[in-house]
Design a binder for this molecule. Structure first.
Ligand code: IMP
Length: 430
């Protein structure tokens, strides 16, 4: 198996967890490289449904090493809950098969308080964040007042660092955001215990990953969120605060681009988005309700209803350019059964002109009209299909159109939530 980066090619929630779970069987290491517990990766195994927020989706595979890289931001309380839940359910997670980067940054209570207070103050202009403190923790990282995992696990350094930053954060909370300041003592007492709990899992994962590569081991780099939520290339300012694109795999683990051979983009057979921001192919009314219910489009992190719309191959082409996507894994094709007509967006019109490129500004994107190609739908339940030949002609044509409009070969198509409901189409590029 080549070293492969797996990313979401839309606005997140593409079903990365189940694809990563599937292909992690063929690699030695699964390394998550950005985001925090704003992510929610759902994996269905038999009658068990497991939602992971922090842990890499490969954690459920025995004999694999799972790594949280330096680019990830960690809420230690949530991570510990996730670890203990999995251990209680019988999964073997220990400091042999799970490692946390000492360079990763810690989400502190003031990050969550700032995130929520800001969104409340913004009212209509809010981003619609997950409220997990993601923006504020990455802000602190860039402003050089963040707290790293290495400091969290060393009580002396933690005390000194927290003292250094808390007064300023409290001033910001109380004077600017009109919120309650937080107590140094309470945070210190609580978090120092988290540090003690996590200490044995922590190491220099950059050195570890590079050593493993030297020994010929293969790595799956796990992205969270999606290409269109990337801080640089997403639909700014309605984005998350990290590089969800494939480039983030290098900065978020400390592994060189020379080590990456393949990039797999995951895309739903339609499109969803959670939170605010432009979404040219968004649909409304009964059709949206039907799609949301068929696809169970409710956030696995916040429970919010996801906005739903048609597949946007113009946006996918852009995601492919920025990320170097070699193959697509199309998820949830079964959800489209029962729609009389389907629409694929192939381009945008802005100010009466057909655009040649995906817009780089919010102003233009939010005024774009999609150009659609209409396709016949299918009625059959396709969830038992095991081979492409078992799909109705219309479903096969739909997949062909995706390849045609994006220029990217499809690796897999999933037709149901569980591990086995997947059809393999083409080889993974390397
Ligand atoms: P934040 O990452 O919590 O700051 O949220 C910023 C934007 O990204 C909001 O629109 C969120 O709904 C969206 N977002 C963050 N994480 C995810 C995810 O895992 N799936 C889908 N949307 C996400």
């Amino acid at each position: 198996m080549p070293n492969v980066v797996v990313i979401g090619a839309q606005w997140g929630d593409e079903g990365k967890g189940r694809i990563i779970d599937l292909i992690s069987e063929q690699v030695d290491v699964i390394a998550r490289y950005q985001g925090g517990n704003n992510a929610g990766h759902t994996i269905v195994q038999g009658d068990k449904k497991i939602v992971l927020h922090h842990l890499p989706s490969g954690i459920l595979r025995e004999g694999k090493l799972s790594v949280i890289g330096n680019g990830v931001v960690i809420d230690p309380k949530v991570l510990i809950e996730e670890l203990t839940n999995l251990q209680d359910t019988g999964y073997k997670v220990n400091c042999e098969n799970f490692k946390i980067s000492d360079r990763a940054h810690v989400i502190m209570p003031y990050h969550k308080a700032i995130d929520k207070a800001r969104e409340n103050l913004q009212g209509k202009g809010k981003i619609g964040t997950t409220g997990r403190g993601i923006g504020p923790v990455y802000e602190d990282k860039a402003a050089r007042r963040g707290i790293k995992v290495a400091e969290l696990i060393d009580p002396e350094s933690f005390e000194a660092r927290l003292k250094q930053v808390i007064d300023e954060r409290n001033l910001y909370l109380s004077k600017v955001l009109e919120s309650e300041p937080l107590s140094f003592e309470e945070i210190y007492t609580e978090y120092v215990e988290y540090g003690k709990y996590l200490k044995d899992y922590v190491c220099d994962t950059t050195k570890l990953l590079n050593d493993l590569l030297k020994d010929g081991k293969s790595i799956l780099f796990e992205g969270a969120q999606g290409a269109l939520l990337d801080i640089d290339f997403g639909t700014y300012p309605y984005v998350t605060s990290s590089n969800a694109s494939s480039g983030g795999a290098c900065t978020g683990t400390g592994v060189s681009p020379r080590e990456i051979q393949s990039i797999l983009g995951i895309a739903k057979a339609y499109t969803t988005r959670v939170g605010e921001g432009p979404f040219p192919t968004e649909i409304s009314g009964d059709l949206e309700v039907k799609l949301r219910q068929a696809g169970k489009e409710f956030g696995s992190t916040t429970g919010r209803s996801r906005r739903c719309g048609w597949l946007d191959t113009f946006a996918l082409k852009y995601a492919s350019m920025v990320n170097g996507i070699c193959n697509l894994a199309i998820t949830k094709l079964d959800v489209l059964s029962g729609f009389e007509k389907l629409y694929i967006c192939t381009g945008y019109i802005y100010n009466g002109q057909v655009l040649s490129d995906f817009p780089s500004t919010y102003k233009v994107l939010s005024a774009c009209e999609p150009i659609y190609e209409e396709m016949p739908g299918w009625d059959q339940d396709i969830s038992d299909a095991k081979d492409i030949s078992e799909l109705p002609t219309e479903a096969r044509e739909y997949l062909q159109k995706i390849e045609e409009h994006t220029g990217i070969p499809i690796y897999t198509v999933s037709v149901g939530p569980s591990r086995e409901k997947i059809i393999f189409l083409k080889e993974l590029h390397s």
